[in-house]
Design a protein around this ligand. Structure first.
Ligand code: ARG
Length: 469
């Protein structure tokens, strides 16, 4: 192995000996925080411009720093930048490269700033951008689910509770339940974004700085809507990252629940749906297999995101004010959460349009399992029977039908009337699947007409939501 290049560390002044090489490996973060380079450069340019505005830097110094940083940006973009582990992190790598490029002036950039407020700023800039992308893909997923809901507004399927057939519902209605979860996720991320969108820069190491900084100006340059109120909190706060991971954990929890349903529905036993061939994989031994690996992996990856959330919460719980190096460990967890959420949303955005619904299978499944028993009880209520009494009567009819191995709609009128004189021939309309779903014709109900209206409201909500930002 080639010996390490010795580089003078920016903080080496008070040290009498070089860092142990294990410690260098152990403490470095550039291997993972280099992904913040764009934000680090953007933050540094804004900082330099602010320093020039308040007269700490001259305009010419600011111009040299800015063009130096832009040149470094070009180098990194082109893959020509040499990252050095001995310079610890993305911040010191870029700063050292700046001084190497423009000389003494480069060493002025770190005036009135610390890596503590710098890293918090970079992280917030990064996360704000990621949240915007994630929200766009959530919107995309809701849109394709709403399209599917509309297409299948009339498709009847069994609705389940306890995984037992409960009552018939429409497939469109079921899709809209998924949309409702994702709508909350979209709102949650919007709420989280408001707290991400705060500028820590200016807090310096922890106490602020004696230089006459203008934090509002820096905030304006970086598009932050607020500046952090308290310098100690500004450098040590990672609530925003925890909140993001919590929102991410909920997104994955939702996607995991969809996954569970898709996997079940695609099995031979259910046979409710099929997924596009291009979104499934096969088995190396069993030639017949077509496996729903994408939803399974999404379900599996949910564990990672929960882990990321727990890692962040635990990293934070023991920390006294203000900055501690523990905080460096926030990045692997946060990055993993971002990457996983993004990949899983992308997976679902691609998967959903290829869901093929087996309408006949769904209808036949809805017809089994006595799913219209509640409708029969409701029918008796309409005829003046108290609901509890009606429930008991229908319970006896269900017992009879089960013994006979017949569905409710297959019983004869004379047979039904043996249990209640209130039953007449008009009961059959209620025992049919169509009548059952059509009857649930109110906001939030499963009737096809309601599903269509709900899809319209959802689309209007998405548009309004987009315009609010
Ligand atoms: N790499 C560090 C991190 O990720 C940056 C801040 C380091 N500050 C310090 N004083 N050592 O948190």
């Amino acid at each position: 192995m080639a010996p390490k290049q010795t580089t003078v560390k920016p903080w080496s002044g008070r040290f009498g000996a070089d860092t142990d090489s294990f410690v260098e490996d152990f403490t470095e973060s550039v291997s993972f925080d280099r992904r913040l380079w764009r934000h680090d450069i953007e933050g540094s340019i804004a900082h330099a411009r602010m320093l020039a505005r308040v007269g700490v830097l001259t305009e010419s110094e600011c111009a040299q720093i800015t063009s130096g940083l832009e040149a470094i940006r070009g180098e990194i973009e082109a893959g020509r930048f040499e990252w050095r582990q001995e310079l610890e992190d993305v911040h010191m790598n870029i700063e050292a490269a700046l001084s190497a490029r423009i000389g003494e002036v480069g060493k002025k950039l770190h005036t009135a700033r610390s890596r503590n407020d710098q890293v918090a700023t970079d992280l917030r800039l990064y996360l704000r951008g990621e949240i915007d992308e994630i929200r766009a893909s959530l919107r995309g997923l809701i849109t394709v689910l709403a399209d599917l809901a509309e297409r299948e507004a009339d498709t009847i399927m069994p609705g389940f509770t306890h995984m037992q057939v409960a009552q018939p519902v429409t497939f469109g209605h079921h899709m809209l339940a998924w949309c409702a979860m994702l709508q909350r996720d979209l709102q949650r991320l919007g709420d989280c974004r408001r707290r991400v969108d705060v500028l820590p820069l200016g807090a310096a190491a922890l106490a602020g700085t004696g230089f006459p900084i203008d934090r509002q100006f820096t905030a304006q340059l970086l598009g932050f809507s607020k500046v952090a109120e308290n310098s100690l909190d500004a450098v040590s706060d990672r609530d925003f990252a925890v909140e993001f991971c919590a929102a991410g954990a909920l997104i994955l929890m939702h996607l995991s629940r969809f996954s569970e349903e898709l996997v079940l529905w695609m099995s031979t036993q259910f046979g409710f749906i099929d997924l596009d061939d291009t979104w499934c994989t096969g088995s190396s031994i069993m030639p017949q297999k077509k496996n729903p690996d994408v939803p399974e992996l999404v379900r599996g990856k949910t564990g990672r995101v929960y882990g990321d959330l727990l890692a962040l919460l635990t990293i934070m719980k023991g920390q006294p004010l203000a900055y501690n190096r523990d905080n460096q460990e926030d990045k692997p967890a946060l990055f993993d959460c971002v990457d996983t959420v993004r990949a899983c949303l992308r997976a679902y955005g691609g998967l959903v349009p290829g869901i093929r619904v087996r309408r006949e299978v769904l209808r036949a499944a809805a017809a089994r399992g006595l799913g219209t028993a509640t409708d029969l009880a409701d029918y008796l209520v309409d005829k003046g029977v108290p609901f509890r009494t009606a429930h008991a009567v229908v319970g006896r009819i269900v017992q009879f039908a089960t013994e006979q191995g017949r569905d409710l709609a297959e019983l004869k009128i004379e047979e039904l009337r043996r249990f209640s004189e209130h039953i007449a021939a008009d009961v059959f309309a209620r025992l049919e699947l169509q009548g059952s779903v059509n009857a649930r014709d109110h906001i939030g109900g499963t009737a096809p007409a309601q599903v269509r209206q709900a899809v319209q409201r959802l689309r209007a909500w998405l548009d309004a939501h987009l315009n609010q930002e």
